[in-house]
Design a protein around this ligand. Structure first.
Ligand SMILES: Cc1cc2nc3c(=O)[nH]c(=O)nc-3n(C[C@H](O)[C@H](O)[C@H](O)COP(=O)(O)O)c2cc1C
Length: 350
């Protein structure tokens, strides 16, 4: 197995079997105010949204997970089938492998399903030269997007992971210019991978034509934790220690969401574990919620298991809309709420 295939397989295995999330649930700090007399019929609530010129039946995206090793095809197919049936968005994992002609079919399988919003994925570190590796060319990127008929490209920011990873690509110089260059040519999401996006960085990105950001904040999957487990298995004690130290590094997801504000459409992810968390994120200003780890184990089993998980999310979201008297997503966005606990402590100092 190549190093990249091995890393991809390790990530799936570790995320499905180990504790990779900090213990505290920041999304539970958000409390929507109960409406005892909602004057709504739950069956008539309109949960649809338009995002990036596509209509989703409810505001949810299964964000980037995998591609590029043999087990990834089944996972992507199961997620794609469920997302197509439920009418929501899906991202594939980093397409670096596809660009290096490895297991391209594990990504291309998404084309077999009618997913309403298909999101490609390239890492910011691959946009610039790294030690002995050259930056990917525009042609390679266009090819990766064509491979899955992507509606939009997501450029992921994962420098937390890169510093914790034994084989990490740690040169970030030039990434912003490279992002600006691509944003001028195709619709783009910039996403984090578990450490959140600050107000300052969001402002820089909104100024160069990025269509949306996915904050992917701290509180869900920690790639520092993932790399800690990988390093421990390889007896690399230095990287294991770095991974442990930075386990809960980052901006908590709801804090990142609130501080970014409304300059740019925001996808809220990082620790979303149920439909109430998704509702909380909409009430705090997100246009859509997203999750990865939530569906991973189901995706390793069957499309039906993923459908069941996502149906629970949708019905919990509907419940929250009913109980806040929100007849549609716009109404939910202005629902009354309070913010407590550590999330409030963060916000008080920003
Ligand atoms: C197994 C696994 C693999 C991931 N691989 C990628 C990736 O290739 N590209 C990317 O942008 N994000 C990747 N992510 C990050 C997710 O898209 C998401 O931003 C992050 O996990 C936070 O969401 P969560 O707490 O719901 O997992 C991955 C997440 C998981 C769990």
């Amino acid at each position: 197995m190549t190093l990249m295939k091995e890393r991809k397989a390790d990530h799936i295995e570790i995320c499905a079997s180990e504790n990779v999330s900090p213990g505290y649930c920041y999304w539970d700090d958000v409390k929507l105010i109960h409406e005892a007399l909602p004057e709504l019929n739950a069956d008539s609530i309109d949960m649809s949204v338009h995002i990036l010129r596509k209509k989703l039946s409810f505001p949810f995206i299964v964000t980037a997970i995998t591609g590029g090793f043999s087990g990834a095809k089944k996972i992507n197919a199961n997620i794609a089938e469920a997302c197509a049936e439920l009418g929501i968005g899906m991202g594939v994992g980093s397409q670096r492998a596809a660009m290096e002609n490895i297991d391209r079919e594990s990504y291309a399988v998404i084309r077999d399903y009618d997913v309403p919003l298909v999101i490609g994925n390239v890492g910011a570190p691959q946009l610039v030269k790294q030690k002995d590796k050259n930056a990917f060319t525009e042609e390679m990127m266009c090819d990766a997007l064509d491979l899955i008929s992507a509606d939009v490209i997501a450029i992921h920011l994962n420098f937390l992971q890169e510093i914790a990873q034994p084989e990490g690509d740690t040169n970030a110089c030039g990434c912003f210019d490279a992002i600006r260059n691509i944003a001028g040519k195709c619709p783009m999401i910039v996403k984090e991978t578990g450490a959140g996006i600050s107000k300052k960085t969001a402002k820089r990105l909104s100024g160069i034509g990025v269509a949306a950001i996915d904050i992917a904040g701290m509180g869900g999957t920690s790639f520092s934790a993932v790399e800690m487990y990988r390093a421990a298995a390889k007896k690399d004690h230095i990287r294991e220690s770095i991974g442990r130290t930075f386990f809960d590094w980052g901006i908590p997801s709801p804090v990142s969401l609130m501080s970014v504000g409304k300059d740019i459409p925001v996808i809220a992810s990082g620790g979303i574990r149920n439909g109430l968390h998704a509702a909380n994120s909409i009430a705090l200003g997100a246009c859509c919620a997203g999750a990865a780890n939530l569906v991973l184990k189901d995706a390793m089993v069957s499309a039906d298991a993923v459908k069941k998980r996502l149906t629970i999310i949708r019905e919990e979201l509907r419940g929250a809309m009913m109980l806040t008297g929100s007849k549609n997503i716009k109404a939910l966005a202005s629902a009354d709420r309070v913010v407590l606990g550590r999330t409030k402590e963060w916000m008080d100092q920003l």
